[in-house]
Design a protein around this ligand. Sequence first.
Ligand SMILES: NC(=O)N[C@@H](CC(=O)O)C(=O)O
Length: 441
Amino acid sequence: MSGILIRGASLVGGDRADIRIADGSIVAVGSASAESGDHVIDADGLVALPGLVDLHTHLREPGGEASETVLTGTRAAAAGGFTAVFAMANTTPVADTAGVVEQVEALGRQHGYATVRPIGAVTVGLAGQQLAELGAMASSRAQVRVFSDDGHCVADPLMMRRALEYVAAFDGVVAQHAQEPRLTEGAQMNEGPLSGELGLTGWPAAAEESIIARDVLLAEHTHSRLHVCHVSTAGSVDVVRWAKARGIQVTAEVTPHHLLLTDETARDYDARFKVNPPLRRAEDVAALRAAVADGTIDIVATDHAPHPDESKECAWSEAAFGMVGLESALSVVQHALVDTGMLDWASVARVLSTTPAHIGRLAGYDRPLSVGAPAHLTLVDPAASRTWSPGELRGRSRNTPYTGLTLPGRVVATVHGGVPTVLDGALVDAETVAAAAGTGR
Ligand SMILES: NC(=O)N[C@@H](CC(=O)O)C(=O)O
């Protein structure tokens, strides 16, 4: 059967190799020749990464289709080099039942641009009052393993304890949005001299750090797995480092925007920079970069949070929290970590593919780019660069914080389960992808 031959790609270890894909799997790595009917991709100068996996995406469907859908969000994902996304539960209705998570998973499968693994809510309606049907979501066809009330903190310590105890039964993980609600009432940006100057209610670092400190102790007590969403302060890094040294099962993520942008961006009251958790100080950015480099922070996750123009082109205090990030994530990581010499490409593969897949118990990513493994990969041109504008975005919303910024790297091709979703830097059309995914390739 015809397949894909990738000619002369640079592997993350530095070697050059051909990669041949057939029947959805990698069938040769090293020296390979095209068979009749193969699509040939010249990968001279391109780095072959395993398909990227985002543990923190807001796809908005059901209920928020004006901002994003499973189709538009997974197209944005493919454009950014992702082959799998974990879809956050803050939809309408909330993904707190087997029915909703099965619907979201099925939409992903039907469209074929990326594997969609739904994240289940920890509490009914994200309201923090009653545990959601965690077991039913875990045993559903969606195979939920990650549970989060993201957008809301599971603030009640007893609720958090019970959730940790419960998910351990099926090797699940609770992904906490660490934000002490009482300390962040009405908060609009990082608490510091600048919030005072701008007259915006501040968001103290301690609101995040105190919840992480509490939760790592609960994870230790329950022998369960905790994942900390979007770590944003130097103090949070210290707490996670302490917990890991103690042997606690904790993993942590940082977003691309927290690796690059600071609270200074709020000066012009441009709400594209309004995000939860807020952009912090330059010292925090430096600590977060160092923590990815030394492994204290395990993964980079986008927190892709699409919002329509009217929710961003308004007064700062009225605007929605969040920014899109799927298309730009790899470029920001290259700029902040690779081009600064802090991370090599093998580590990029770890923080953006292998480890997020492992945390979410997503199969098919543990032997990346090896013979017999599912063909999830992305080809990146690290020598290319782009000046960002909303025109670079492939999702439904335009709320990128990078407009006007020149960032390195370009995704040239993405292959999801043997199905090309991006070729020559352009998305493959939806009908072709869906048809190919429907036949398995
Ligand atoms: N990260 C964000 O700023 N926004 C998220 C939810 C949230 O965490 O508030 C969203 O769903 O828009």
